[in-house]
Design a binder for this molecule. Structure first.
Ligand code: COA
Length: 389
C-alpha cells in the first residue's frame, strides 16, 4: 500500500504541473508525413504539394496514391490503384442485407457508421493489423464507403441497388449509384475536385479519433467507425448540412444582416464560419467558392451564393472570422442536386483517404495514445454507508 500511495502522489503532482489546453488547442500529439495545416498563412500541404497545386489538376485517385506513398503515381501505378479500388467495391451480402434492414428514416451518417462497423463483422481477417493486410482493408474501405452511402440512399427510397461500374472513377461511380445514370463530365469533375479538397487535413478531430482507436491495436474497421462518428458532429463535418439549413431558414438576401446580428447577439454559431487552426482564409474555401459561383450562375439561381457571400463578409467584418471548407461546399453540393443529408457523407467518402492513410502511418510506428486530465474534483472524502446518506 506504501507503493500505491507514492504512485498516487506522483501522478497528482505531474497532472497539476502539466499545462492544460482546452480542446487540445495547439497541442502537437504526433508527427505525420501526410498533410500540414498552416493556420497562420492559410496553407494546406499534402505530402509536399500545396493544395493549390493539386486542386483542379490531380484526381482523387492520384491523391489517394500520394497520401499512401508520399509521391504521385505514374500511369501504370495509377491504373493499378484504380483497378484495385474497382475490384473492392462489391459489398458482402451481409452488409447489403444490413443496409436494407435499416430504418428508412435513419440519418445517413448513422447508417454509414453502422454499415462500416458491420463490414468488420464480415471480414474474418478484420483484426489482422499486419501492414500489408491493413493497407488492403484501407483501400477496400475507400472503395466501399461510397457504395454503402449510395445503397442506403437508394434503399431508403425503395429503389433498386445497382452494381458498380468498374470503368468509372470513384466520383463517377458514386454519382452513378446514387442517380441511376452516369453523371455529366462537369458534375463528376466537380465532385472529384471536392474529394481532393477534403482528402486529408492534419490532426482534425475525426482523424485524431481514428488514430486513438488504431493505437490500441484495435482494427481498421473500428478506427474508421470512430472517425465517421466523430466527423458527424455539427462542429466538424456536419457543418455543411448546417449551412444549407441556415440558408433555408434565412430565406432571402435582405434577411441576412438581421439573422447574423441576431445570431451574434445570442452567441449562436454561424455554420461554415471559423476554424480552430486557420486564422486567415481556409485555402480550400476559394476553390469551393469559385465552383459554387459557376454552378449557381449556370442554374440561373444565384440566391444561395449571394446570401453566402454576404454572411462571409459580415462575419469577417464583425468577428474577423473567415469561411471554412464547409461554407461553400454546401452550395456546390446543393447546386448539383445532392440531397442535403448526403453532404456530410460526401465529406466522409473523401476523408476516408486521409483517415486510412493516417491509420496506416500510426500502425507503422505505433505507440498507445493516452493523454492525461487535470483533476479538479474534491479530495479526502470518507465513505458513508448508504443508509446514512
Ligand atoms: N459563428 C459565430 N461565432 C463564432 C463562430 C461562428 N461560426 N466560430 C467561432 N466564433 C467565435 C466564438 O463565439 C468565440 O467568440 P468569443 O471569443 O467572442 O466568445 C470565438 O469565435 C472563438 O470560438 P471557439 O468556438 O472557441 O473556437 P474553436 O476553435 O473552439 O472552434 C470551430 C472552432 C470550427 C468549432 C468554430 O469556429 C465553429 O463552431 N464553427 C462553426 C461550425 C463549423 O463550421 N465547423 C466546421 C469546421 S471546418
Amino acid at each position: 500500500s506504501n507503493t500505491i500511495g507514492k504512485q498516487y502522489t506522483t501522478d497528482i503532482s505531474m497532472a497539476e504541473d502539466a499545462e492544460f489546453k482546452a480542446g487540445l488547442e495547439g497541442v502537437v500529439v504526433s508527427q505525420t508525413k501526410l498533410s500540414s495545416v498552416r493556420g497562420d498563412v492559410g496553407q494546406l500541404v499534402y505530402s509536399g504539394y500545396d493544395i493549390n497545386e493539386l486542386a483542379g489538376k490531380a484526381t482523387f485517385e492520384e491523391v489517394v496514391y500520394l497520401l499512401y506513398h508520399q509521391r504521385l503515381p505514374n500511369q501504370a501505378e495509377l491504373d493499378e490503384l484504380k483497378a484495385k479500388l474497382a475490384s473492392y467495391r462489391e459489398l458482402p451480402a451481409l452488409v447489403v442485407d444490413f443496409i436494407k434492414g435499416l430504418p428508412k428514416d435513419a440519418r445517413p451518417m448513422h447508417a454509414i457508421r453502422s454499415a462500416v462497423s458491420a463490414l468488420g463483422c464480415s471480414d474474418p481477417t478484420a483484426d489482422d493489423n499486419d501492414l500489408d493486410s491493413a493497407r488492403e482493408k484501407a483501400l477496400s474501405l475507400i472503395a466501399k464507403i461510397p457504395v454503402i452511402t449510395a445503397y442506403f440512399h437508394r434503399a431508403r427510397q425503395g429503389k433498386e441497388l445497382l452494381a458498380s461500374d468498374p470503368t468509372l472513377s470513384e466520383a463517377e461511380n458514386f454519382l452513378y449509384l446514387v442517380d441511376g445514370e452516369k453523371p455529366s463530365k462537369d458534375k463528376a469533375d466537380t465532385i472529384d475536385m471536392c474529394y481532393v479538397l477534403h482528402a486529408d487535413h492534419g490532426f482534425n478531430a475525426s482523424t485524431f479519433s481514428s488514430r486513438v482507436t488504431i493505437a490500441t491495436l484495435s482494427d481498421m474497421y473500428s478506427a474508421i467507425t470512430s472517425a465517421i462518428g466523430t466527423l458527424k458532429g455539427p462542429l466538424h463535418g456536419g457543418a455543411n448540412e448546417g449551412v444549407i439549413k441556415m440558408l433555408t431558414e434565412i430565406g432571402s438576401l435582405d434577411k441576412v444582416d438581421a439573422y447574423v446580428e441576431d445570431a451574434l447577439a445570442n452567441k449562436r454559431k454561424i455554420m461554415g464560419i471559423g476554424h480552430r487552426v486557420y486564422k486567415v482564409l481556409d485555402p480550400r474555401a476559394p476553390h469551393l467558392k469559385r465552383m459554387a459561383k459557376k454552378l449557381t450562375a449556370e442554374l440561373g439561381e444565384t440566391k444561395w451564393i449571394d446570401m453566402s457571400e454576404r454572411i462571409a463578409e459580415l462575419m469577417l467584418e464583425r468577428k474577423n472570422l473567415n469561411a471554412n471548407v464547409d461554407f461553400y461546399s454546401a452550395t456546390v453540393y446543393y447546386s448539383l442536386g445532392i440531397p442535403t443529408d448526403l453532404f456530410t457523407p460526401l465529406f466522409a467518402i473523401a476523408r476516408t483517404a486521409g483517415w486510412t492513410a493516417q491509420v496506416l502511418e500510426q500502425l507503422a510506428e505505433n505507440r498507445l495514445i493516452r493523454p492525461r486530465a487535470k483533476y479538479i474534483g474534491e479530495e479526502g472524502k470518507t465513505y458513508t454507508p448508504i443508509g446514512e446518506r
